[in-house]
Design a protein around this ligand. Structure first.
Ligand code: AMP
Ligand code: ZN
Length: 722
């Protein structure tokens, strides 16, 4: 496969070609080491890293060079203008520029490692390559492209006809681009310094044919790229701010000196912005990797976040968005652990793996479309037809490009201490004995590892420092505190609405069974109606394990009708399935339900229906037109539910609420269908079982009376028990 990439010089997406087959030589403008690198710099280094990994994926051997600017640029920007407080403080503390550069260079390597950036093949320092720079400058003077005035050498921009071809910065625009140097001895305002004469007290000075001095900024990259990659190499990267003047000047120097083109492809990444401005130390909006660590945010969350924005689009930085990305990464990691530790299949399916990876590679090849590549991985992760081991194999292969260190997440359990693994074993045994209460107690953390219950059985070990602390749980007292999406058009296929109160094991069983069959473009909405802490924690864990799950916590029992309306208020699915926690899905129920509801005249459907002649006696049926659908598992079109105004909130207890809503839908002329129970299993209804005979009668009676008063007039229209 061949990468197609936007080439800044050609101003279009082009096939990526190399000088030598199967070999890529690339150069990236590295850090100026007078301060820590910030996340903006790192966004540019991430681009270089992803390009390198992509080119390796496509079968190339890559030599990567990233320079360390420890002279000149630092001098110009920081020392002369006296802007940099860090270097000023360090000098005040008696440090030399070399010591400063060394400490920030070391910190830069640590930061790159924390972001999973592969080490370059070479990290040449500018100060170690001054002779190479002097050699190029001499050639430029000899060839008439540069001139010396009083120990300073300038590049004569007008002598190089191609000047401006990279940036489009020519003519008057050019003059505006160059503001920094105001030397009256320059022949042309646009000329730039290749070598500068040193003022007497300068600490870093080199001897040269033009006397003591130091190199300009741009010349270092011409010298170091040539030294390690040759006069012609394949790829040069940097941030868009490098296009002019840095890379424009680099082209002029190299091409004028060598007499031929030097760089095959130029690729530039858009900026990271913060508060609308380019992130930069001088803009005072710089955030460093240390800052993230201090805030308790995994640096790889930033890498994950950068994957979500194409490299040619500016990216807006905010801590809120970064925290969300941290949660996204945490979800992905937890999935990896599930697949690695609880896989339900023996071997990866090679054909399926190849199919997913072909899609992934195509996205990567398409101008490095990593947002789309990541989306393919997410699709694979929830595809019901793909087994766990295949998903894991796809994720690990994709991660050779993404670089999220997923392989180490997949082997966390292997490195866990023995007592952690023993706890998982005990946990399994407890599960096998259906001792849910005990299983819950085994949830624990030791030695930096966590053991978590998994809905559907089993336990998963994870490294605690890779888990994101759950955001503080917000509870609601009424549905009004939730966003009202009822007027929005449906944007998902299904919303599954589950109202739960205590009995966390039932909830976990219900959700796990459902999630196996839930399409990627569907949501599972769970409202906890006033459970205690244990059941709430269980729901938190379910929500954290799958981004299709949204949990809402009410601070009290809202009542069944109101709770269902609360979920209807936020639901985005075209179809709604009201599901009781006593139900377990054992097959694809949603497919047949969606087909039944796609018929405009059908308003609701479910496995079990009820027929009645008189609204007093009801018979359960599993096929054909019915008068009501049983509320344990009742599917309806969202627009129909909204048309009737949702559920009657006077029904605090669940019984007869299903009949009332079915009859209200029937009143509007919609049919109700029973489809049969082959895809569902009904377990004990814990709430019902927990009630005394007296209590059952009392609560049912109230609801029955309410239903009968409202609908008895419809009795003659019913389908009946016929
Ligand atoms: P510097 O240390 O300023 O020479 O920058 C090193 C690299 O980081 C260069 O490739 C710049 O283009 C890049 N860079 C600087 N600021 C940003 C930013 N806010 N967003 C993206 N890249 C940046
Ligand atoms: Zn450079």
């Amino acid at each position: 496969m061949q990468l197609r990439i936007y080439d800044t010089l050609q101003r279009r997406v082009v096939p990526f070609t190399t000088e030598r087959p199967g070999e890529v030589r690339m150069y990236t403008c590295g850090p100026t080491v007078y301060r820590p690198v910030h996340l903006g710099n790192l966004r540019s280094y991430l681009l270089a890293d992803w390009l390198r990994r992509a080119l390796e994926l496509f079968g190339n051997r890559v030599t990567a060079v990233k320079n360390i600017t420890d002279v000149g640029h630092m001098r110009q920007e920081a020392v002369e203008r006296g802007e940099d407080k860090v270097i000023a403080a360090a000098l005040a503390a008696g440090k030399t520029p070399k010591e400063i550069a060394e400490s920030y260079e070391a910190a830069f390597h640590v930061d790159e490692r924390r972001l999973g950036i592969l080490r370059a093949t070479h990290f040449p320092r500018a100060t170690d390559h001054v002779p190479e720079m002097v050699a190029i400058i001499r050639t430029l003077i000899a060839r008439g492209f540069a001139y010396e005035v009083e120990g300073t050498v300038y590049f004569a921009v007008r002598r190089f006809p191609g000047y401006g071809k990279l940036s489009g910065n020519v003519g008057t625009a050019l003059k505006h681009g160059v503001r920094a140097e105001l030397d009256p001895r320059k022949r042309d305002e646009a000329d730039f310094a290749l070598w500068k004469r040193a003022e007497p007290d300068r600490p870093l000075v080199w001897e040269s044919p033009w006397g003591p001095g130091f190199p300009g900024w741009h010349i270092e990259c011409s010298a170091m790229s040539t030294r390690y990659l040759g006069e012609r190499f394949d790829l040069h990267t940097g941030g868009v701010d490098n296009v002019f003047p840095h890379h424009e000047d680099e082209i002029a120097q190299s091409e004028a000196a060598f007499g031929h083109a030097s760089v095959r492809h130029w690729v530039h990444g858009q900026h990271l912005l913060a508060g609308g401005l380019k992130m930069a130390k001088s803009a005072r909006n710089a955030v460093t990797v240390d800052d993230l660590v201090e805030l308790g945010i995994d640096p790889l969350a930033f890498r994950y976040e950068c994957l979500l924005t194409h490299y040619r689009a500016p990216m807006h930085f905010s801590l809120g968005a970064l925290r969300q990305s941290a949660e996204g990464l945490a979800h992905l990691r937890q999935r990896i652990r599930h697949w690695a530790q609880l896989a339900d299949d023996a071997e990866p399916d090679e054909a399926a793996r190849e199919r997913w990876l072909a899609l992934f590679r195509e996205a990567v090849a398409d101008d490095l479309n990593l947002p789309s590549a990541l989306a393919i991985l997410q699709r694979c992760a929830v595809d019901p037809a793909t087994g766990d081991r295949t998903r894991l194999a796809v994720a690990l292969a994709a991660d050779t490009v993404l670089g999220l260190d997923l392989a180490s997440v997949a082997s966390e359990h292997v490195h866990a201490p023995r007592e952690v693994l023993a706890s998982v074993e005990q946990h399994r045994a407890a599960r096998a004995a259906v001792d849910y209460a005990r299983a819950d107690l085994l949830r624990a953390s030791f030695d930096g590892y966590r053991v978590d219950d998994v809905s559907g059985g089993g336990a998963v070990v994870s490294r605690g420092d890779r888990r994101v602390a759950a955001r503080e749980r917000r509870t609601i007292s009424s549905a009004k505190e939730l966003p009202d999406r009822r007027a929005d058009p449906a944007s998902l296929s299904w919303s599954i609405a589950v109202v739960t109160s205590e009995y966390p094991a039932d909830l976990a069983r219900c959700c796990a069974s459902l999630l196996r069959f839930l399409p990627a473009d569907a949501e599972l909405l769970v409202l906890d109606s006033g459970s205690g802490a244990d059941a709430q924690a269980r729901l938190d864990a379910i929500a954290a394990s799958d981004e299709r799950v949204h949990a809402v916590f009410a601070d009290r029992d809202l009542g069944d009708g109101a709770a269902r309306n609360a979920l209807l208020r936020i639901a985005r699915g075209r179809f709604i399935l009201e599901l009781d926690t006593s139900i377990e899905l054992v097959g694809d129920l949603l497919g047949p339900l969606a087909r039944a509801l796609a018929e405009p005249r059908v308003g609701l459907a479910g496995p079990w229906g009820l027929r009645s002649n008189d609204l007093k006696q009801f018979a359960e049926v599993t096929t054909g037109d019915v008068d009501a659908v049983q509320g344990y598992c009742l599917a309806a079109r969202r627009d129909v539910l909204l048309e009737i105004g949702g559920f009657d909130e006077r029904y605090r207890f669940y019984r007869n609420l299903d009949i009332a809503v079915s009859l209200a839908i029937g009143e509007r002329g919609y049919r109700a269908r029973a489809l049969g129970s082959e895809h569902v299993r009904r377990h004990a209804h814990r709430l019902w079982e927990s009630l005394s005979e007296d209590e059952r009668l009392k609560r049912s009676r109230r609801n029955f009376d309410r239903m009968y008063r409202r609908f008895h007039g419809r009795a003659r229209l019913l389908a009946g028990t016929a």
